[in-house]
Design a protein around this ligand. Structure first.
Ligand SMILES: Cc1ncc(COP(=O)(O)O)c(C=O)c1O
Length: 324
């Protein structure tokens, strides 16, 4: 469906004409998908572009609390506006049942006016429960919830804060289609927030932030309810089945502890530095994420992205050979 839509868009006018600067049709299909009003939806050039605008509101609102270890782009976005921030350290051990209550121990009393949440969390893979997140909306003047990976998580949608946006003007939810559809090069994400906030953001951005191909692909995929449901089921089944299998296999490796994850990535903790191991498996063509750039993690941590069974076996084989 995606490739067909891209082909049609190329054969049509998507390359030649300026894209619709208001992204009207795409906003409508996203709004219909989630049962929202189109004025509450803003498509962006990936989720990353929308963090920039969320950060502008955040900087104006006060100090941002960023759970660490966490996704680095929030810091980049806040840096655009000289936004003040405070690191909120998360505990580095957690249970293997989902969803989990929000890590409230990370927030000292009245430390911040803005809370940035990632659900499921990156890089830990924890899935926070909606019931534990909802009360945060009474405590913070602004809550920004990044749900980039949520559609990939089995039963993840039940924990989404999207249904609360209509009644909570201090909530912004950001989603990424680049993850779900594996179109990181095409770039597409969307924000859901109050129509007033969305209108303000529209006045700040470039005239054509979402290109014609991304608009056409997003429109075609999200309008196809049946196809999208089928794709979501397939992706979530993969995360559930392959995730559990891979975790069990990793548990058997000496000196390594795979952390439980609800998402399509997981953290690996080593008793000693894992940097050399990472380098050695890289020579075997297996690239694992160095976690030193995550605040609070260091040399003893690596992050692994879930693959298909063949890919996961390859990762296991490389790790086993180097741990011998
Ligand atoms: C938690 C999280 N949110 C958002 C993004 C960025 O999404 P996009 O590619 O749509 O800009 C990433 C990318 O890795 C991510 O890890």
């Amino acid at each position: 469906m995606l490739r067909r839509a891209l082909k049609q868009a190329i054969a049509g006018s998507a390359l030649r004409d300026y894209p619709d600067r208001d992204q009207r049709e795409l906003r409508q299909v996203i709004a219909r998908w989630h049962g929202l009003q189109p004025e509450a939806v803003l498509p962006g050039n990936g989720a990353a572009e929308l963090f920039t605008w969320a950060a502008r509101d955040a900087a104006a609102c006060g100090v941002s609390g960023l759970p660490d270890p966490g996704f680095a782009d929030y810091r980049r976005a806040l840096g655009c506006w000289d936004g003040a921030l405070r690191s909120l350290p998360l505990s580095l051990s957690w249970p293997c049942t989902w969803p989990q209550p929000w890590a409230s121990q990370a927030e000292p009393e009245r430390c911040c006016q803005v809370l940035w949440i990632t659900n499921p969390h990156n890089p830990t893979g924890q899935l926070w429960s909606r019931a534990s997140l909802e009360p945060l909306l009474d405590r913070y003047p602004l809550v920004i919830c990044d749900e980039a990976f949520l559609p990939l998580v089995p039963q993840g949608e039940a924990q989404s804060l999207l249904p609360l946006v209509a009644t909570r003007s201090n909530l912004v939810v950001i989603r990424s289609l680049t993850k779900l559809l594996a179109i990181a090069g095409l770039r597409l994400g969307y924000a859901v927030a109050s129509p007033e906030r969305i209108k303000r953001w529209q006045q700040w951005r470039d005239p054509w932030p979402v290109n014609g191909l991304a608009l056409a692909a997003g429109r075609a995929v999200m309008a196809d309810q049946f196809g999208m449901d089928r794709w979501l089921r397939r992706v979530q089944d993969w995360v559930a089945q392959e995730g559990q299998w891979f975790h069990r296999q990793l548990m058997q490796l000496p000196g390594l502890r795979p952390m439980p994850s609800s998402a399509n990535y997981l953290l690996l903790h080593g008793e000693v530095s894992l940097l050399q191991l990472r380098e050695r498996v890289a020579h075997r063509g297996v690239l694992l994420r160095d976690c030193r750039s995550f605040e609070g993690l260091g040399e003893n941590w690596l992050r692994i992205g879930l693959q298909d069974r063949g890919g996961n076996r390859r990762i296991l084989r490389a790790l086993k050979q180097e741990l011998r």
